[in-house]
Design a binder for this molecule. Structure first.
Ligand SMILES: Nc1ncnc2c1ncn2[C@@H]1O[C@H](COP(=O)(O)OP(=O)(O)OP(=O)(O)O)[C@@H](O)[C@H]1O
Length: 459
């Protein structure tokens, strides 16, 4: 047990510290309320024992302040004449009290009971353990020279504990590579936690990454550990690092340098051991030049980097990916295969996968023909728009003036998805065209996706 003793009686303090050390416990002993508060801000104690009658800060005030700082359980020591105030202390949340003089063994026993109580409380609050599901085996398709080089780098980089920077355009497979690094590292059976900085508002990114103390801001109704604490001992994948707010970058730099961090609104310094993998589709060096990304952080994360080539530069891989994505017993006509090989795939592997999924819905007899491919891929002259679908589109024409029952939300959804399709699924340029921030686009897409999912569940 890690215990804090607060008592101005030096003789009692020394005796109790000696007894507890002899019994194998760790005790920090101080003589005043002010020292106790400062210790609680710096360390996590399981139990506190303190005398109610101390000069300076009263025992009751100390109890209130200590309980607001941590989940510590408090045992009160009191003289015969002050049992009433000990009872008030219990009403304020103290675990128990003992009257002085008391035997050291009795006090130790009371502390052990408080420890057991605390453990039960913490267990009750802790999220129920989620049954471990076996992670699906990772498949990374590619045997082109550029992808063989990527695989070689993954094997080189994975066993180190250094940060990894993965760069590449949208849909090239940055998350696939991040998982491959983790699965080939010594941390493969430890947590793999992910966060996408572009999908969250700034304050939420900070609170997700670093956690917060209860009351740190409006809505922070409980203490919450951040992803760094959750990933402790494992790997944290920070996607779209280029979107990390400038104000937060020094905090990330600090964790990268010495593993230290604090929750928002917290005073306690925590140390975490987390392997960090970051990804971006931005040119981070250019972002540094433009003043959007800190140079020191850039050098810290750019120790080991992997650059993913666009799909159109992976000779032979389109055929391999087609065979991988097509479910059994589907096949593809030679002319359709040629068309897929001719196309330049601005949305990369994700776009190819989406096009094949769509084709299997449209085609008959388990065979994909040229007719089942979007016009601009099949090379038909009437090509009007790309067919990248991230979520289902509403089935109406947004120019249909007669349809007065169409909700405004549906019109905006159709417009957003149309622009996204025209930009071949590139969210950054779609957001620019729509005149909205990229994070807003991510939020909209998530909302459409979850609406679609719940519609599917209720239909
Ligand atoms: N080499 C590959 N083999 C098999 N599937 C792949 C490969 N690369 C990407 N994919 C698939 O393509 C899709 C997009 O991949 P991923 O999410 O890793 O891309 P990304 O570069 O992280 O995209 P974004 O920048 O938009 O976040 C996923 O469904 C992924 O499984």
């Amino acid at each position: 047990m890690n215990l804090l003793l607060v008592d101005d009686d030096a003789v009692f303090r020394d005796a109790f510290v000696r007894w507890m050390h002899f019994k194998g416990h760790h005790v920090t002993a101080v003589s005043s309320g002010a020292e106790a508060i400062s210790q609680c801000e710096k360390h996590d104690f399981d139990i506190a024992v303190f005398d109610l009658n101390m000069p300076g800060m009263s025992g009751l005030e100390l109890l209130q302040r200590v309980r607001s700082l941590s989940t510590i359980e408090v045992v009160i020591l009191t003289g015969q004449g002050t049992i009433e105030s000990a009872v008030s202390a219990m009403k304020l949340g103290a675990f128990g009290y003992l009257t002085k003089p008391c035997a050291m063994g009795d006090l130790e026993e009371r502390c052990l009971a408080a420890l057991e109580h605390r453990q039960l409380q913490l267990d009750r609050k802790a999220p129920k353990p989620v049954p471990l599901r076996r992670r699906p085996a990772l498949t990374m398709i590619g045997n082109s020279p550029s992808m063989r080089e990527v695989v070689r780098l993954i094997h080189r980089i994975a066993p180190t504990d250094k940060p990894v920077l993965i760069q590449g355009a949208s849909g090239t497979g940055k998350e696939v590579v991040a998982r491959a690094v983790q699965q080939n590292s010594d941390l493969s059976d430890q947590p793999f936690v992910t966060i996408n900085c572009a999908a969250l508002p700034d304050l939420l990114v900070e609170s997700e990454l670093f956690g917060h103390q209860k009351g740190a801001f409006t809505g922070a109704t409980t203490d919450k550990p951040g992803l760094f604490e959750i990933a402790d001992g494992g790997t944290l994948f920070i996607d779209e690092i280029g979107e990390l707010p400038l104000a937060l970058q020094p905090k990330l730099l600090r964790v990268l340098e010495d593993g230290s961090m604090r929750r928002i609104g917290g005073h306690q310094e925590r140390i975490v051991r987390v392997r960090i993998i970051v990804a971006t589709n931005r040119d981070l060096a250019a972002e540094v030049q433009a003043g959007n990304f800190r140079e020191d952080l850039y050098y810290r994360i750019n120790v080991l980097s992997i650059h993913l080539p666009p799909l159109c530069q992976r000779t032979g891989d389109i055929d391999r990916l087609v065979d991988h994505f097509l479910p059994h017993p589907w096949t593809i006509e030679a002319s359709a295969r040629e068309a897929l090989n001719r196309f330049d795939w601005p949305g990369n592997v994700r776009q190819l996968s989406n096009v094949l999924q769509r084709a299997t819905v449209l085609a008959d007899a388990n065979m994909i023909t040229l007719d089942d491919l979007p016009a601009e891929i099949a090379g038909r002259a009437s090509a009007v728009r790309s067919e990248v679908h991230e979520t289902a589109r509403p089935r109406f024409n947004i120019n249909d003036q007669d349809n007065e029952s169409i909700a405004l939300d549906d019109i905006s959804k159709a417009h957003v998805l149309d622009v996204l399709a025209k930009e071949n699924g590139n969210k950054a340029s779609a957001a620019r065209k729509l005149g909205i921030h990229r994070r807003k686009l991510y939020r909209l897409l998530e909302r459409y996706q979850s609406n679609d999912n719940s519609a599917q569940m209720t239909s």
